[in-house]
Design a protein around this ligand. Sequence first.
Ligand code: CA
Ligand code: CA
Ligand code: CA
Length: 280
Amino acid sequence: MDMQLKSLSGVLISCVAFAATGAQAGLVVNDVNDGGVLASAIAGSGITVSNVSYLGAEGAAGGFSNGVASGLELESGIILATGQVSSAMGGNNENGVSTDNGTMGYMPLSELAGHQTYDAVVLSFDFEFDGGAGGDLFFDVIFASEEYLEFVGTGFNDVFAFFLDGVDIALLPDGSPISIDTVNNETNSSMFVDNTAGAYDIEYDGFTTNIGLSALGLSAGAHTMTVAIADSGDHLFDSAIFIGLDSFGGAPDPVNMSLPGTLSLILASMLALVWRRRRS
Ligand SMILES: [Ca+2]
Ligand SMILES: [Ca+2]
Ligand SMILES: [Ca+2]
């Protein structure tokens, strides 16, 4: 990653963190509409990022901090949302905070969701492992939504994906994409945090635990990562993903290294996916 850009993203996130220390408890979010800054903020050790492209409405992406105090298993990083990221700041004041950003969906997500998508945010970049060899890729992500709990299984299946060289690796152990219908209070509930009663200082009615994902044994040379999230069924009821600061890299985030148990999946002959979770 370009060092100037890396430095800029560090300043950005630091500013968000500073704002948090000077304010009350609760999530702090600032808009960031620059894909280079967003990619740089999540890029961690052992990789170099290039060729960043970003597609999203003004206000649909940003930096966040003070996550742990707000119930998230990530302290800081970036947020991509199907509405305005500023809406993420809590408490949980409404059960359906919505912004119709008026932007298009994303066909690969529509295929995963099983419904037409809207208000997509797509952050795409190339990356290579440092030193000219292949390696393993790790990153931390949390999915959150206003669709919970009332719209589970009703056709508003907001979804996100991490397409590694075109293949989604943000999958559950059974191979399903992570979405409203596949992770909620009844399905895969050990990964789900219910905030409908406003227990946490964040607007979203529900969110997942920190989903640590990895792709092992990648070949040397350039790979493409496309991170995408979209509304499904209509433009309303925001969903978001939080990605950990510096967590996208060649080694697991230290926060997650002590996690119990891993579950391996063979995704393809060249690719193994390891999914792990912090709560069990
Ligand atoms: Ca809410
Ligand atoms: Ca929307
Ligand atoms: Ca939605």
